[in-house]
Design a protein around this ligand. Sequence first.
Ligand SMILES: Nc1nc2c(c(=O)[nH]1)N[C@H]1C(S)=C(S)[C@@H](COP(=O)(O)O)O[C@H]1N2
Ligand SMILES: [Mo]
Length: 226
Amino acid sequence: MSRRTFVRSAMAGTVITALGGASYCLASTEEEKRARATLRPDGQPRLPPGQHLLSRIKPMGGIEGDPSPGAFRLQVHGEVEQPFTIDFAELLKMPQVEQVCDVHCVTKWTALDTRWTGVKVADLAARARPKPTARHVIFEAAAGYTANVPLREALAPNVLVAHKYEGSPLARAHGAPARVIVPDLYFWKSAKWLTGIRFVAADRPGYWETRGYHNHGGPWKEERYG
Ligand SMILES: Nc1nc2c(c(=O)[nH]1)N[C@H]1C(S)=C(S)[C@@H](COP(=O)(O)O)O[C@H]1N2
Ligand SMILES: [Mo]
């Protein structure tokens, strides 16, 4: 086992223990030091600059949508050859992935090793077949919330439409019945109460991007404000 792999698995053990706690207590500074010193496969530190650790994700609010799976409709549309709408049962029939990833909120908390179950945005895109003109993805959510992500980053294999967190159906506050997870951008890009995935040619800054936040939102470059 390489040194890096060893450090990563040692870390994972520590954090899983911490996840047992019901509160959002801060992880120890010892863990933070370790997370800052541990590198991801892409060479970036596990804990991005200016971030501290929480032991689990914290509900950050927003205007909720209808949490019932029966009411769920996801529209995949825009600059695509084959737009479609799926309900919750159809979402569950698509290939499911379980993924452990870190999430980084612009309010400076990071949660390591969060576990999600869902469908890759890339798989939904493959079914809709984006036209060559599509350059950006707009995640659309309840009450008009939107978040824009460059097409290439939205199609990364770790970008999901998630319906479970830590093995249980998403809690209402975390976006029930389904939300986006874009682990490698600040968490505001991860639209909760998802209603649509729109492919567009021209970028369309979303809810936070038009309210002073950065258009891209990369945690390792600290792209916090626009
Ligand atoms: N629909 C919707 N999605 C949203 C938001 C929102 O207000 N509405 N807030 C975003 C922000 S700012 C963050 S930090 C994360 C928080 O997700 P959480 O509440 O599950 O921690 O959701 C993002 N997704
Ligand atoms: Mo946020």
